[in-house]
Write a protein that binds this ligand. Structure first.
Ligand code: NDP
Length: 308
């Protein structure tokens, strides 16, 4: 089997585990001979190399020598910047897998720029969070004509599911819509539990009923107990990145902002919360904003006196 060199760029909450699994997992389909790691803050890449036997890469010029480049950056803006810096040094025939939850249109532009340098690109945003990334247990939503070429590499870190969504940018579009649902479920469940707490029902009691009923979701089953009721608020997904995804969906999928749009109502809450909680706060902190508005907090065993 042909030996491939891979270079991972961006070792944040998601990129760290993606690079780890590319380095450590075995594949019967491909032979990954080396995994390089580059990060804006170099000590993170040095730490990764120490922890997983990856190869510390010092410069983007060096990173560009790889057969396969995997990016996981906050937005398409950083991907575009890095792609244009690397472009003169990229190898013809190489493959670029972008795991950023990006903008469909900008991904199309980056792909065009890369194809002029003889490089194929797919967008492959992922779902499953930092824990799923570390375990290699992500879902990948892939866009682009080079899907078949990219799939064996993506399967090294996306054990849960890989879906070819369509042309370039379509993975980004599906991911943005997915995160609208994710955020909307959280906001709705937060509002419902706060209303129940004011009514006199403890949140964990309400969840016991809801989680075996038709109103349940990932948020009621996992995220609210683990992050909100525990008062941990540390899932590992920054609130501004969630807002970016919702804004991407609204712009790219041309969602109308009318009075009855639930997604726009959720977006306004998320916007206010990003302002209130500050950049870098966990996305689950949107519930803190709802709590401030309601004048009640969601703690286990705590509900004001029954008021009916
Ligand atoms: P983090 O903020 O944890 O990591 C961001 C990474 O990008 C870091 O390696 C950071 O480097 C690097 N970076 C930031 N700005 C620049 C820049 N200007 N130039 C070069 N590198 C830069 O983000 P996540 O890992 O959480 O998110 C990455 C992508 O994955 C986002 O698109 C996000 O929406 C998506 N995502 C996140 C999930 C999550 O649960 N966290 C789940 C699914 C998708 P440095 O170390 O120097 O800061």
């Amino acid at each position: 089997m042909q030996p491939y060199s891979v270079c991972c760029i961006g070792l944040g909450a998601m990129g760290w585990g993606i690079a780890k699994n590319l380095a450590l997992r075995q594949s019967s389909e491909i032979n990954i001979a080396s995994v390089g790691v580059w990060n804006r803050t170099p000590c993170v890449a040095q730490e990764h190399a120490k922890a997983f036997g990856t190869r510390y890469v010092d410069t983007l010029t060096e990173a560009a020598a790889a057969d396969v480049i995997v990016t996981c950056l906050p937005t398409s803006l950083e991907v575009a910047d890095i792609a244009s810096t690397m472009r003169p040094h990229l190898r013809t025939g190489s493959l670029w897998i972008d795991c950023t939850s990006g903008e469909p249109e900008m991904t199309g532009q980056i792909s065009k720029l890369l194809s002029e340098a003889g490089v194929d690109m797919v967008d492959s945003p992922v779902s499953g969070g930092p824990e799923g990334s570390l375990a290699g247990n992500l879902t990948a939503m892939v866009g682009g004509a080079s899907f078949a070429r990219a799939q064996p590499f993506i399967s090294m870190f996306a054990n849960r599911k890989i879906v070819h969504c369509g042309g370039i940018g379509s993975g980004n579009a599906v991911k943005a819509a997915n995160n609208c649902l994710n955020a909307a479920h959280l906001v709705l469940a937060g509002e419902a539990l706060l209303a129940l707490a004011k009514f006199g029902v403890q949140p964990e009691v309400a969840l016991e009923a809801i989680n075996t009923s038709s109103g349940r979701s990932l948020q009621t089953e996992v995220r609210i107990p683990t992050e909100v009721l525990s008062r941990r608020f540390d899932y590992g997904f920054k609130i501004e990145l969630m807002l970016k995804d919702v804004n991407t969906a609204v712009r790219s999928l041309k969602m109308q902002d009318d009075r009855d749009s639930l997604i726009h109502a959720m977006r306004r809450v998320l916007e206010a919360s990003t302002e209130e909680q500050g950049l870098g706060a966990d996305y689950t902190c949107v519930v803190k904003t709802l709590e401030n508005r309601a004048g009640v907090e969601l703690h286990p065993g705590v509900a004001p006196a029954f008021q009916a």
